[in-house]
Write a protein that binds this ligand. Sequence first.
Ligand SMILES: NC(=O)c1ccc[n+]([C@@H]2O[C@H](COP(=O)([O-])OP(=O)(O)OC[C@H]3O[C@@H](n4cnc5c(N)ncnc54)[C@H](O)[C@@H]3O)[C@@H](O)[C@H]2O)c1
Length: 317
Amino acid sequence: MKTLLLGGAGFIGLHLARRLVDDGHEVSIVDDFSRGRNDAELAGLARDPRLGVQHGDLTDPATWRVLPHGWDRIYLLAAVVGVRNVEADPARVVRVNSLAALHLLDWLVPGERVFFASTSEVYAGALDAGIARVPTGESVPVTVGDITAPRYAYAVSKLLGEAALIHGARAKGFRVVVGRFHNVYGPRMGTDHAVPEMTVRALRGERPFRVPGAEQTRAFCYVDDAVEATVRLMDCPRAAGRIVHIGDDTAETGIADLAKLILRLTGSDADIEPAAGAPGSVTRRCPDLTLLRALTGYQPTVPLEEGVRRTVEWYRG
Ligand SMILES: NC(=O)c1ccc[n+]([C@@H]2O[C@H](COP(=O)([O-])OP(=O)(O)OC[C@H]3O[C@@H](n4cnc5c(N)ncnc54)[C@H](O)[C@@H]3O)[C@@H](O)[C@H]2O)c1
């Protein structure tokens, strides 16, 4: 099996690469390292002759002109992600995420099989407007609350990618499945997202311990489970042309409770100081995974405490 991971040096990408190499795939990563790390873990994995890593900017047509075909599986993970990036430069988010998807659309040839990484952020407008219930299913109408708000730049760029690839698959004869990831966390995630961000501050000994969005809830999914769901969806013929949630619906966790867990696992007895959440962040989020289960038989296997323990150990170094 020959597999192409576009944006494969990032968080989900490298965990997926490791899993695919273990499964016997020949894996080629293309990444511009704008966020993905050319670190010891990637270098370690790249010592395996079944993994190749190539520098390439997927917004640049020149990258696509020299990219060969002949892959059994293609995953598009490349994107500008993270609240900080989205707030700092929403135009870059729209540009990079849209161009990567549109260049992929133009480049694909009949018969190829693609996974497109999308996001739970597409439901933010519907959740805010009270249109969507929690747990949220894929059939909820996606709503843009305020196109001028930086936060929507990310959701809109992903919706464009979904539409481009789903319609393009019909028109050009390739096969696509869209996975909408919900709060995936784990080792080597950077420091932008809730679990690693709080872990790093807890390990530094911050006190009192600031907890942005303390009253909010999320359903966190350990990265190994997300990778399992991703691989199963890619291999599932009935998933072709569909949009499917990827996450862990077994527990909806308050951010304050997550903070307490991280403090306990890092050995901190700091008091919690609740703070405002990121602008535009939803109050609750939990995926309905009925479709994912029906298509693939997936079941999350890593409970939050175990996943956070593994993550803390990685960040402890
Ligand atoms: N982690 C989550 O919980 C989550 C949730 C929802 C959606 N997603 C989606 O899953 C995908 C992977 O997310 P992640 O958490 O691994 O993010 P990440 O930032 O760690 O990985 C994205 C990778 O894309 C690369 N990249 C960015 N711009 C590029 C370009 N122009 N050319 C080539 N490479 C480029 C980055 O260097 C990085 O390695 C993204 O598409 C993201 O939107 C993730």
